[in-house]
Design a protein around this ligand. Structure first.
Ligand code: FES
Length: 160
């Protein structure tokens, strides 16, 4: 598949430059797929269909192929998200350690359901598999910050 120069790219020069920098130390353009998705998401917050098409074109792969990767990789958001994403671990250790109670508390405190964004667009609540901090379950990420040993009181403090 060749780069289609006739398609106007919605990607910025900075995004293209960052992606090309990744490609430069990889064996082929397609190998940069996840990095390219992450780069564009870091600029835009999520990956729209237009962004996905432009990245696929840049990487010389089909939209379907790239969408498959984006869908498989659950930290790539294909819908708009809030300013911060809450990744709440729903794997077994967190579940055993009252993860469901924490989930209910977050939902009632922020008035959202899983997969939804708060009315003020500040937070999107998403389930995620093990965050690798099982010794301190239950665990969640809020943006870049890891919060562990969660209690309902701690949830109130975090989202005060
Ligand atoms: S099971 Fe939740 S962090 Fe591992």
């Amino acid at each position: 598949m060749k780069l289609n120069q006739n398609i106007p790219s919605p990607l910025s020069e900075a995004e293209i430059s960052d992606i090309e920098a990744e490609i430069s130390h990889l064996p082929d353009r397609k190998s940069a797929a996840i990095d390219a998705l992450k780069i564009v998401q870091s600029y835009r917050g999520w990956i729209s269909d237009a962004s996905l098409g432009a990245i696929a074109n840049l990487l010389q792969m089909s939209n379907e192929e790239l969408d498959g990767i984006a869908t498989f990789y659950n930290l790539i958001y294909r819908r708009p998200v809030g300013e911060k994403v809450i990744l709440l671990c729903d794997s077994v250790t967190c579940w055993i350690m009252d993860g469901d109670k924490i989930c209910q508390k977050i939902k009632s405190h922020l008035n959202v359901e899983q997969g939804e964004t708060t009315a003020d667009n500040k937070f999107t609540l998403l389930p995620v598999t093990c965050l690798g901090d099982c010794d301190h379950a239950p665990v969640m990420m809020v943006g870049d910050e890891l919060h562990h040993d969660l209690t309902t009181t701690r949830v109130e403090e975090i989202f005060r």
